[in-house]
Design a protein around this ligand. Sequence first.
Ligand SMILES: Cc1ncc(C[n+]2csc(CCOP(=O)(O)OP(=O)(O)O)c2C)c(N)n1
Ligand SMILES: [Mg+2]
Length: 321
Amino acid sequence: MQIARDILLRSYRSMRTIRDFEERLHVEFATGEIPGFVHLYCGEEASGVGVCANLTDTDTIASTHRGHGHCIAKGVGVDGMMAEIYGRSTGVCRGKGGSMHIADLSLGMLGANGIVGGGPPLICGAALSHKLLKDGGVAVAFYGDGASNEGSTLESLNLATVWQLPAIFVVEDNGYGEATGASYAVAGTQKARAEGFGMPYYECDGTDFFAVYETAGEAIKRARAGEGPAMVHVHLSRWYGHFEGDSMSYRIDGEVARERAERDCLVNFRRRTTEAGLLDAAALDEIDAAVKAEVEQSVVSAKAAPTPEDADLLKDVYVAY
Ligand SMILES: Cc1ncc(C[n+]2csc(CCOP(=O)(O)OP(=O)(O)O)c2C)c(N)n1
Ligand SMILES: [Mg+2]
């Protein structure tokens, strides 16, 4: 498949932005200035970006507790995100959502979610709305191998087929739910689950942007054409702890180092695009430098921004319909 140069450049920029944003948060979180928990998406960048490169602003996504990457992939700006994670009033949710409830409805980013298995039901609602409004939109839920065991997820697979929704279930399988291995905790296979609910199953290497883009693209294309839901099972690896502060004693020696050395989506993307003459290294270097400066600036701005006023405590929290 030939992918347009502008999509390649935009996708590389998105993956690089996620990597730098998360690596920077890893450092910043350790200072104790960031409230709450953060769960980093490093190592998983090609999944969110490969899926979202097939989406428009009309399409909707629901994310997880590990949501920064999905936000960036859907186009949310790093300034508003960093300020949000710092709990500042300039944040994309005015500092009231934080890392685990960061959202930007104007871009169809329905939110990170502290409830494991919370995203799949949300996209059934969003997909039903796309279907009834006939706006051509598709709704995508990202969820983990752990969340794949939640009743809410299994009910959503059922509902999506019953209602023939333009809904895509992206299982981001990093092999662990907190410290529990998927090989221990997940019975049967994701494929059997999808097929058991009557929807097609796709799978791909989540560290290969091209594989994710093409595989998710097929599922999204058929959903957009009114052919119903699908599951996309993405195999990937998380490079940091479940949350920042997790010592990862449950991972075998050298496991993460090997993943970093052999399955780095950015390194693989650069090698593939430059060797094939699709992009030149200078263009990628330019993106690297621009993103570095952008992320740096987002930290400076976030730290300088005010926290919300006490008087605004209940504003922007509840929506009256
Ligand atoms: C309903 C619910 N149960 C349990 C938790 C605690 N919890 C937070 S993240 C997590 C593991 C999720 O694993 P997975 O879905 O594989 O996502 P990953 O962290 O690997 O990205 C658990 C059990 C929660 N937040 N919500
Ligand atoms: Mg997991």
